[in-house]
Design a protein around this ligand. Structure first.
Ligand code: SF4
Length: 900
């Protein structure tokens, strides 16, 4: 069976065709008819089916009555009745603002809508916020303050129509790969297209650009102001457009008068000539398009970053035309849906504001309630702060993992511990947040539920259900509805049944559409039937329209009272936290190519670990030398808020003084909390988006002489996930531990441990028990004097597991043997030898670059050294011919090897 749906990872919103046997998802491929991707998928989307397994899923409600007790299975009836009673009790005793809902950009629009109505119309609180607060709320404010509405004006087709693309604070080669494929297509079709990338790191996106602006972390606003200064000085301002369609330019012109490229260079570190070149390319282009994401948004002045970028478009008139405009990329699949339904503390349905009495009255009328709460709701960081202080006593968390994703993790954990009642509605039962849940409610997830999502280009897709959810898991909207009906009874609200009369998601969609009538995002002309007949559509799509709207503001009229876009006063400021003598390194975060957010889902696919298999801290070589750190050493990264222990790696993507950790790793894969332990909870005053990109840290080498490596493979899919779940609780026993998967056809589990002293025998036995490393086929070696213990498991002649404790020299090549389940015969006598390199004649793979075809970096380097170019590599090794996600890296290897 085949079912059309969308990918549930990033905001590109690619269409997928889910293959299933009716009960299980068996495969996935790109939907050739979906306008976001035309059949392409990146490495993450192409492996979605590998994540659709029952292991690790929440299958039935679990409840605990006391904090010290374990959760136990219960029924939906009892679970929801108990939750309703607890919430009602808190509301009666402490008022509606003593409860909160923390939802997610993973939810479908219909889920979002019901949660929002539940919080505002039934409970009477604005304490509903989304994890989208962490990724795009600065863009929301930037758009609203300048263009009058939170409406990204562009389309993906503009990527092919621009002759200058300016990417600021985004790495689409990794984070939005299908968008990047389209940029690559555009550059091939138009060799004159200029690609400018502003990023502190020389990412694969930046390395392939015509111009990389290595802006110092947190100084983007200075760079953007200086570019406007150059546009003014070089006569590249479109005065006709500015006078006819904007207001406020004089004040902004005055503000950037002194921001010369030379002055900016001193602050942002970008050579002044490059600032001039970037501004000229932008200003002289026939159509300039800019893309931005977390690099601008996750800042204490993120909304001003967004506005400053939009200013460049307003000053040059690069907006509302094919190929031109400011285009924010959304990190999550349906962050846009959350914005449209107003399921965030600072929004109301239909791009309305809770602070606006008229807007509140309009929504109250639509919902049939007397009024909506006026008191401002708590946004993400403040919500957990209030949970910690006791101001919020009960929280409902849906489809998100704050114990991994919010900044200042120690405070978040403390808040979750102090909360009186925590409900977690989740598809996966092993997230970092799950241990804090008093009530765990199993939610349906990708491929198992129906509704709609909106991608970065305002395109709404109908998401269809391919298979039934496992166990007793239910769609999110249904859980919210059932809870609302029960809560209504406890709160003696006879109108609850009429507020939530839903039996099918399309009822919710129709109601949601009515809240957009007459608004900038009017979708009253859309229905599931229309989406099925005509395919995904871009809003606005008002009643009577025959097609969606590819781009906005073509008539020069903006969504403001006077129709003019606004230049707003911006004050260049730097990051909330600067480096000092104690914490001299500037830590920033970003993404791995093959992982997504907190890895709740992508961390279930072994194949997605093949590109980056261990959490690492990246440093410039000079900073490593200064600290006597070698590549592969374990290091302690710390600041005032906490610490994390990681393996160090040198990176020429970074300048001296910078450090980088991918955002994904948390306590399921490490025994410390990763980057978010260290990030401050300071946020932008307008958007309330926290500064997840900047922290001042120190790094020091950590001597942990006793190390161990466990690798265990299996022919049975799902087994590795079970082993991983069994090992997770043990991670806290070690000073350093990283736990991950590896392999492709036969998934393997990889556990790396380092400790001050040898671990007790009993603990090593527990580790072995967790992964079934025992039995008659298990060989072992013991040297108690040196605290060395080694085990090797040979199943049917194949090496299926090793556990090297106290002496791991042979680990790297033996690991490859286990992951590939190779025959053990000819290496049997070296199994326990301390051989750092494999015996002669034994080949190992090395790091995988192309996940689709399993092509390793050493093979690519060898071929390049022999004269191969990209085409030959693609022909001979097949690398880069699958999803294409590895092509930017192959190009980088070509540049490096050819230069060498
Ligand atoms: Fe999914 Fe990749 Fe498309 Fe993003 S770019 S929606 S992760 S397939």
């Amino acid at each position: 069976m085949e079912t059309r749906s969308t990918c549930c990872y990033c905001g590109t919103g690619c269409g997928v065709i889910i293959e299933s046997d009716g009960a299980r998802i068996t495969g996935v491929r790109g939907d050739p008819d979906h306008p976001a991707n035309f059949g392409r998928l990146c490495s993450k989307g192409a492996t979605l089916h590998l994540t659709a397994r029952p292991e690790g899923r929440a299958l039935y409600p679990e409840l605990r009555m006391g904090r010290t007790e374990a959760r136990s299975r219960t029924t939906w009836d009892l679970a929801l009745e108990y939750a309703a009673r607890r919430f009602a009790g808190v509301i009666r005793s402490h008022g509606p603002d003593a409860v909160a809902f923390y939802v997610s950009g993973q939810l479908l629009t219909e889920d979002y809508y019901v949660f929002n109505k539940l919080a505002r119309a039934l409970v009477g609180t604005n304490n509903i916020d989304s994890n989208s607060r962490l990724c795009m709320s600065s863009a929301v404010v930037g758009y609203s303050q300048t263009l009058g509405a939170d409406a990204p004006p562009c389309s993906y087709e503009d990527l092919g129509l621009a002759d200058c693309i300016f990417i600021a604070g985004a790495n689409p080669a990794y984070a939005h790969p299908i968008v990047f494929r389209r940029i690559e297509d555009a550059r091939r079709a138009n060799p004159g297209l200029k690609l400018i990338v502003a990023d502190p790191r020389r990412t694969d996106t930046a390395a392939g650009a015509d111009l990389h602006l290595p802006v110092a972390p947190g100084t983007d606003l200075v760079l953007l102001q200086a570019m406007l200064h150059v546009l003014l000085g070089d006569g590249l301002v479109n005065w006709e457009f500015v006078h006819a369609h904007t207001t406020g330019f004089d004040a902004v012109r005055e503000a950037v008068r002194d921001m010369t490229p030379a002055a900016a260079e001193k602050i942002c570190g970008v050579p002044s000539q490059d600032i001039v070149t970037a501004a000229r390319w932008f200003g002289q282009a026939k159509a300039a398009l800019s893309l931005w994401c977390q690099g601008l948004n996750q800042s204490t002045h993120g909304s001003h970053n967004s506005a400053a970028l939009i200013h460049l478009h307003l000053a040059t008139g690069h907006i509302g035309r094919p190929g031109a405009g400011p285009f924010s990329l959304t990190g999550q699949p349906n962050a846009m849906g959350g914005r449209e339904t107003g399921a965030m503390a600072t929004l109301l349905p239909g791009h309305r504001q809770p602070a606006n009495a008229e807007h509140r009255a309009e929504v109250a009328r639509l919902w049939g309630v007397p009024d909506l709460p006026e008191r401002p709701g708590k946004t993400a960081v403040d919500m957990f702060e209030a949970l910690g202080s006791g101001a919020i006593k009960a929280i409902w968390i849906a489809c998100t993992n704050p114990a991994q994703s919010l900044p200042e993790q120690a405070r978040v954990r403390q808040a979750l511990e102090r909360a009186e009642f925590v409900v977690l509605q989740e598809a996966f039962r092993d997230t970092e947040t799950a241990p804090y849940a008093d009530l765990l409610l199993p939610a349906a997830t990708w491929g198992e539920k129906e509704g709609t999502v909106t991608n970065s280009e305002r395109r709404i897709s109908h998401v269809r259900r391919a298979v039934a959810a496992p166990g007793e898991a239910l769609p999110d909207w249904k859980i919210a509805r059932d809870f609302a009906l029960r809560l209504g009874r406890h709160l003696e609200r006879p109108d609850a049944p009429s507020l939530f009369p839903y039996f099918h998601p399309e009822q919710i969609f129709r109601e949601h559409a009515q809240t957009t009538r007459g608004r900038d995002l009017d979708i009253t002309g859309l229905s599931y039937a229309l989406l099925d007949a005509q395919g995904p559509q871009q809003w606005p799509f008002p009643e009577g329209a025959s097609a969606g709207t590819a781009r906005l503001y073509g008539d020069g009229r903006f969504a403001t009272a006077d129709g003019c876009a606004r230049f707003i006063p911006l004050t260049p400021s730097l990051t909330a936290e600067d480096t000092d003598a104690r914490f001299p390194l500037h830590l920033t975060t970003g993404r791995l190519r093959d992982q997504w957010h907190g890895m709740s889902r992508s961390g279930r696919a072994a194949l997605l670990f093949s590109h980056d298999d261990e959490p690492r801290l990246y440093l410039n070589l000079s900073d490593m030398l200064r600290r006597n750190i070698a590549a592969g050493d374990l290091v302690r990264v710390f600041n005032r808020r906490g610490e994390t222990v990681l393996r160090a790696a040198a990176s020429d993507e970074l300048r001296p003084g910078q450090a980088y950790v991918p955002m994904h790793w948390g306590r399921r894969h490490l025994n410390s909390g990763g980057a978010n332990e260290l990030m401050p909870s300071a946020y932008d005053p307008h958007s309330k988006q926290p500064e997840l990109k900047h922290a001042a840290v120190q790094v020091e080498r950590l001597a942990l002489p006793w190390q161990a490596l466990l690798v265990r493979s299996t022919a049975h899919a799902g087994q590795a996930l079970e082993w991983k779940a069994r090992l997770q609780p043990l991670l806290s026993c070690f000073r350093y531990a990283s736990l991950g998967l590896a392999g492709a056809e036969c998934p393997a589990l990889v556990l790396r441990i380092a400790h001050h002293e040898p671990l007790p025998e009993a603990l090593l036995d527990r580790i072995d028990d967790c992964v079934d490393l025992d039995g008659v086929q298990c060989l072992s070696y013991l040297d108690p004097r040196r605290a060395v213990r080694k085990k090797a498991l040979i199943e049917d002649g194949l090496l299926a597991g090793i556990h090297l404790a106290g002496e791991t020299a042979a680990g790297p090549w033996l690991k490859d043997f286990v992951i590939e389940r190779r025959a053990a015969d000819h290496i049997r006598r070296w199994l326990f030898a301390p051989l750092a390199t494999p015996p002669e004649g034994v080949k190992t793979r090395g790091r995988i670059v192309c996940a689709c075809h399993g092509v390793a970096e050493p093979d690519i380097r060898r071929a390049i050294a022999a004269g191969a170019g990209l085409e030959t590599l693609q022909q001979d090794l097949r690398c880069g011919t699958g999803c294409g996600s590895c092509v930017p890296e192959i190009r980088r290897l070509l540049r490096v090897e050819q230069a060498a």
